[in-house]
Structure formats: C-alpha cells, structure tokens
Design a protein around this ligand. Sequence first.
Ligand code: URA
Length: 409
Amino acid sequence: MNSAATLLQQRRARGIEFTQEQFAALLAPGTPDAVVAALLTTLAMSGHSDSEAAALTQAYVASGRQVTWPDATQVVDKHSTGCVGDDVSIVLAPLLAANGLRVAKITGSALRHCGGTLDKLRCIPGLRLDLTVAEFVGCVETVGFCVAGQSPELVPADGRTYALRERTGTVDVAALIAASIMSKKLATGAATIALEVKYGPGALVATEADADELVRLMRAIGESAGRRMLMSTCDASQPLAPAAGPLLELREAVAVLRGGGSLVLREHVTGLAEQILHAVPAPDSAKPARTRVDDALNSGGAYEMFCHYVDHLGGNVEWLDNSLETTRASTVVTSYALRAAVYMGIDARPVGEAAQTLAALDATCGVRILAEPGQPVSAGQPVLEIHAPDLVSGHAHADVLGRHCHFHD
Ligand code: URA
C-alpha cells in the first residue's frame, strides 16, 4: 500500500477516485491528524462522486464493529443533518420504544452552530455514552432503545473526523455529511432508517436544492446496503425548539417527553413518529399511530422509557426528575420587547452561534426564546433569556440577538 501522503498526492495530480481500502488506509489509527485533515480538505476542494462517498461511508463503518440483530425488521434508526434547537432524537427514540419498536442509534456532538444530541445527553450526571457493542445491544434489548456516541468499537473513524472537520472548515461537504451519518446508521444494523435533511441559515445544509441532493446521496447509500430509507427535508430558518445550548435543549426535550413543552417540537416529533410507525407497524398496533404517540407522551410512558435508559446506562434519574429544571447558568440576562407588536421570530443562525460560544465554556449556558412566533407581545414583555457565565457576556449576546428578533407593528 502506498503511503497516505502519496495517495493524496496521486488523487490531486491525477484525479483518481479513492476506494474503500484506500480510505481505510488514510483513516487508520496510526495516520497523523495532519494527513486526515489533508484528506478532508482534498475532498472539499476537488469534489467527489457518489461511489466515492459510498466508499468513504463503508471505510468509516469498517473502522469499528457492526451490530447485527436476530430480527432487524423491528429495529429502526433516525438521524438529522442538524439545525438550531433540534431536540428531536431525545424525544423520538424513547417515544418509538414506548410504542413497541426497538431503536438503535449512534449520535454525534455539535457541528458549527447546530447543537449535538451527544452534548445534550452528556448533561445528565453519570450517563455513559461511550459504549462497547455488547453494551449497546444490551441497552436496546433491555430498555427498548439506545442512543450512544461514537466509541472505539462504534464508528471510531467518524468520531475522529468529526473534530477535524470543524478545524478544517469542511463540516458542510456533502460526502462528509453523508459518510458521517450513513456510517452510523449502517453500523447499528437497523432495517429502517428515517433521515431528516434540514436546510436554511439555521442548518448545516444551505439550500433546499443542496438538501435534495443530500437526500438522493444518502438514500442511494442506504438502499444499496439493503436498508429501507424514509427521507424528508425541512426548512430550518427558525430554531426548531425555543432553546439552544445543551442543558436548555435537554430540558425542552424532557418537557415534551413528559407531555408538555414546545408545541412546535412536539408536532414535529409526532409527525416523524407517525411516519415511522406507519412504515414499521409494531406487533400490537390496532390503534392509529397518532393516538398511540399522543398516549405515550401524555401518559408519561415515553418519559418513563427515557428514565429506564438513563438508569440502565448509569445516569442519575433522581437528578433528571428533580434537578434538571433548577440547574442553571450563573447569570441569566433577559431581553424585553421595546414596544407592543407581533413577534415574528428570530434568525436561527446567530442564536445557534451564541449558544455554541456560550456552551463551549459551560453546558448550562445558551439561549431561551420566550415569545412565540406570530403572537403579540406587549412593551416590556420578556422575549429572550441569555444564560451566561457572567453579566458581560450575557449582555453582549443579548445586544446582538436583540437585533435578530423580528417584530411586526
Ligand atoms: N450529523 C452527523 O452525525 N454528522 C454530520 O455530518 C451532520 C449531522
């Protein structure tokens, strides 16, 4: 095998396509980060074919172990390309499990301005997310679902390239998004995979056309591996849930699991759950999917399922029950409406950027949106809260975000 550096030079000079084996050599644990970074930038600059994206996906999958199920037909998985306030997975996985499906999901942390499920789950004291295959399978079989991070046994190549993509400015390259997502989905062995591609300023994917292209690419990778793909796209110019920042978003997700919370987030999750429950009917599915989803949320069944998962993986359920609501950043700065008007919304991207900047210091920090788009606000009514480590950064972010709130007289 040629050295990694030679392979990269050959690709640049002759435009050859990399095979799965060549990608595997470039991503081998002994390859220096600088070479992996050069691979990422090469793919960003020179483009890639569908078959090269599929080969990269397979190399990521082969970097760890693959999960197999005695009967994969009732095993489902779900992923989103991400957007500001995307708390869907934390609600959807236990909700589907409460409805008799098994959910096996590997997830990731924040990329650019989009929060990551892993960072939100990491706020739960004691919760172990770095699992072996045996622990992952054991959790799905005992609890009904598992959401875990990449680990030395589960797509380690994705875990490694994740951070490097951020550092090399290659987060939004289509082949890198597709390989990152599809490797996690193929590795966990679910027969049915639901994928949401979010687009717009609050997402990683810029335009609807880019989203359609990514749908096509990921569907092709999934279907050629024999998986059933349920694809959807969604505009993400507004935050999906009214909060950004790991702890604040965990709180939003848990509120919906407990039958309350944001109606927008609940409706979004319900739509996806219905789609999946129609595609993969659970054994005792006499009632309409919508009724079963509502029942699981309103009865506390979905929250109970989530607590079972937290407990199984060593997390502190007592903290979840009693301290999630009261755990706070040291400073909260509130921003108020200056006049009576109709609140029309806030640009998602600066909200995500502020939340990521604040949360890099402390996971309890972030942004809460208190007004509802389309609803009137009176002069002096609270519109935003900035949860910050100190007053100076709280006021600085409040000033910036105030300029991104839209009102109609
Ligand atoms: N989610 C992932 O797991 N990877 C990406 O590249 C984007 C979203």
